[in-house]
Design a protein around this ligand. Structure first.
Ligand code: ADP
Ligand code: MG
Length: 306
């Protein structure tokens, strides 16, 4: 799979304090990469380094397979972004703001503006001055602007921050729709797990400047699913019996003589009985698992430690 963005040991130090520490981030083509971390974790700083708005202390950024040290020309057209609150000319209308960007980016078709206003649901606000816009409308306009030149990579820094729940939901749905409609790779940050979880195909978790984990959302769910944990004296035989006698297919041998079953969670008693009847010693059988929320709390330690 093509790699759109790769950072290598990307690091930023302010006043001898490491804000971002040796981050190796990989964003693959077509994925929605959710960049998750608490406030102050280093998300914005990382994204700003990727965008070239902040100079890294050390480390590398590769975009579309090219190290940005060799120059960023030709790159800005391939990326669209909102990093922090999008800035607009407040006394100009939505359309006029987009028009400036269209010319700046050399987009030929003037109709692109109307198309993009429609895309973000602002078709009726085209002639309104941006100073009359709500925060939600500004975010939408920001997304329209970020997409106007048909970038391949869209970088959004907490796009739903400060929005009310309804606007949050609308923004989220809009982003999902966009991804379906266009061949777009999205890097989106948030400090809210539930936000990211509804969007992302892959998740990177940053904590105190360190990228703790980078995982496909599906694998994350798998890892965090509820399961029946079974401790036996012979995992091979137990696995065979589970398959043959009960038709169990969704399980793993977690470690030696410990199996995890992700199905038949209500059937622990039956499973126990079947194994025992067939000569397996069952030392332990219990239903376990954790919510994603628990998982992140554990991964990032005490939530009040910074
Ligand atoms: N220009 C700067 N000078 C000093 N410290 C900074 C600067 N920018 C960010 N920081 C600090 O870096 C840490 C991470 O900030 P930031 O990248 O904005 O985190 P996030 O976006 O995850 O909330 C914070 O503690 C913040 O105070
Ligand atoms: Mg931030």
């Amino acid at each position: 799979m093509d790699i759109v963005l790769q950072t290598r040991k990307l690091t930023k130090t302010y006043k001898r304090k490491r804000i971002v520490s040796e981050v190796d981030m990989t964003v693959r083509k077509g994925e929605v990469y959710g960049f998750l971390g608490q406030n102050g974790a280093g998300k914005t700083t990382t994204l700003r380094m990727i965008m070239g708005l902040v100079q890294p202390t050390s480390g590398e950024v590769e975009l579309f397979g090219r190290n940005v040290r060799q120059g960023r020309h030709n790159l800005h057209g391939r990326i669209g972004s909102i990093v922090e609150v999008p800035g607009f000319y407040l006394h100009l209308t939505a359309e006029q703001n987009l028009e400036i960007h269209r010319r700046l980016m050399g987009v030929q078709d003037p109709d692109t503006i109307r198309k993009h206003l429609k895309l973000v649901g602002l078709q009726d606000a085209a002639d309104k001055k941006v100073k009359t816009f709500s925060l939600g409308m500004k975010q939408r306009l920001g997304i329209a602007r970020a997409l106007l030149h048909y970038p391949e990579l869209l970088i959004l820094d907490e796009p739903t921050n400060g929005l009310d729940p309804l606007s949050m939901k609308e923004t989220r749905e809009m982003i999902l729709n966009l991804c379906r409609q266009r061949e777009l790779t999205v890097l989106i940050s948030s400090h809210i797990l539930s936000e990211i979880q509804q969007l992302a195909t892959r998740i990177g978790i940053i904590h105190q400047g360190v990228l703790l984990e980078q995982i496909d959302y599906r694998d994350l769910l798998k890892k965090n699913r509820s399961y029946i944990h079974i401790q036996v004296d012979n995992d091979t035989k137990a696995a065979m019996l589970l398959e043959q006698k009960l038709g169990v297919t969704d399980y793993t041998v977690w470690e030696k003589n410990a199996l995890r079953l992700y199905e038949r969670l209500d059937d622990a008693a039956t499973i126990n009985e079947m194994l025992v009847t067939n000569g397996i010693k069952v030392h332990d059988i219990s239903v376990a698992g954790q919510s994603l929320e628990d998982y992140f709390v554990r991964l990032t330690g005490d939530r009040h430690d910074d």
